[in-house]
Design a protein around this ligand. Sequence first.
Ligand SMILES: [Zn+2]
Length: 441
Amino acid sequence: MIMKHSHLGVALLLVTGISLQAQNHSKDTTKTLLIKAARVVDVRQGRVIEGQAILVEADRIEEVGPLDSLRSHAPRDAEVVELGKTTLLPGLIDCHDHLTSNPEHSGYASLGISTPRETLFGVRNAERTLQAGFTTVRNVGAGGFSDVALRDAINDGDVLGPRILVSGPALGITGGHCDNNLLAPEFKYKAEAVADGPWAVRAKVREVVKYGADLIKICATGGVLSKGDQPGATQYTLEEMQAIVEEAHKLGRKVAAHAHGGEGIKIAIRAGVDSIEHASLIDEEGIQLAKQHATYLVMDIYNDDFILQQGEKVGMLKESIEKEKKIGQLQRDNFARAFKGGAKMAFGTDGGVYPHGDNAKQFAYMVKYGMTAIEAIRAATINAAELLGWSDRVGSVEAGELADIIAVSGDPLVDVTELERVIFVMKGGVVIKNDFGKSSR
Ligand SMILES: [Zn+2]
């Protein structure tokens, strides 16, 4: 296998330059890199440390410390990656993404897109997302296990993309947000992970795990971009959600619950889900419950602008835009209340509802609605890693973690929109993007 890959890598290298060179490197070398920049963000302590460098050995961070000290014990042949006056941070993590979906295929347009085509959109979107500085993504809902194929292709080094945890198709009730309600009854169509009743949902959890899911996504309430349901209305019952959670946890999988409505949020938390997605209409009791159960909230407060401005143009249903008008601002206000109230927050944007690669635009909204810049960055690094169960490998620039590192020109703690202009991306010790020196600075 290694032989095969190394030959392939060399052949492709000649035509495509850095990206595939990077992949080839990841397969075959264990070289040491010394990354030099002006500053490193210590996300855990919430500070920017000057004069630090990072020593990377193969795919891991070996050491973080003062440049002189690292230089003294770095191997002689260590390659220096010079990033000048930039700031280094851990690679970003988006906990709510749909890499195989595109905004321009909303509503009825979605019916004309095959699963293989979706998978190939995923290839493009995964690379865009990685180039934007997101080195890890949790993909929560994809048809036909296209996300499983994408994850495996990335892990095999066939295509470039972030590390991905995938859910496969999302479980939902008949006619609910995670069903497909666009066709007339004579088509007799339902989405592949629709399941009703405690035993049927258990069987469905087993099935999606069988076909490669790393986690389970469910629809606890209605949604915005679906036909004929209401975001505020509860869909799965407590009994069904308890069955899902028990089965998933037994199989070592976490559960992410799409939930807009206040009641559905509370039922899902009581059932033991690991994260509430959207959480748009969370009330005071819901916030307290989330704290008690240490349930993460993943609130996608950027995409409202895209839906309201571009939704009609990209074919979203009229009813979807009406629904968004009702809950978009409430979700932002509730984000502020939930964060102030002490609920745990992880960064998630619902990529695919808006164009992939714009994920970092959400940071400015998180700051506008009550977080400091470092708190927003933590949501997309150490907190997100904890939600994923990957604290041992991603989320901070510390010895022993995977070398997933990004750089921005300025200080993101002063201006969080710096994260929208990532100039350097490393994934697992492999340089994916390096625009240092190309910019005006
Ligand atoms: Zn979503």
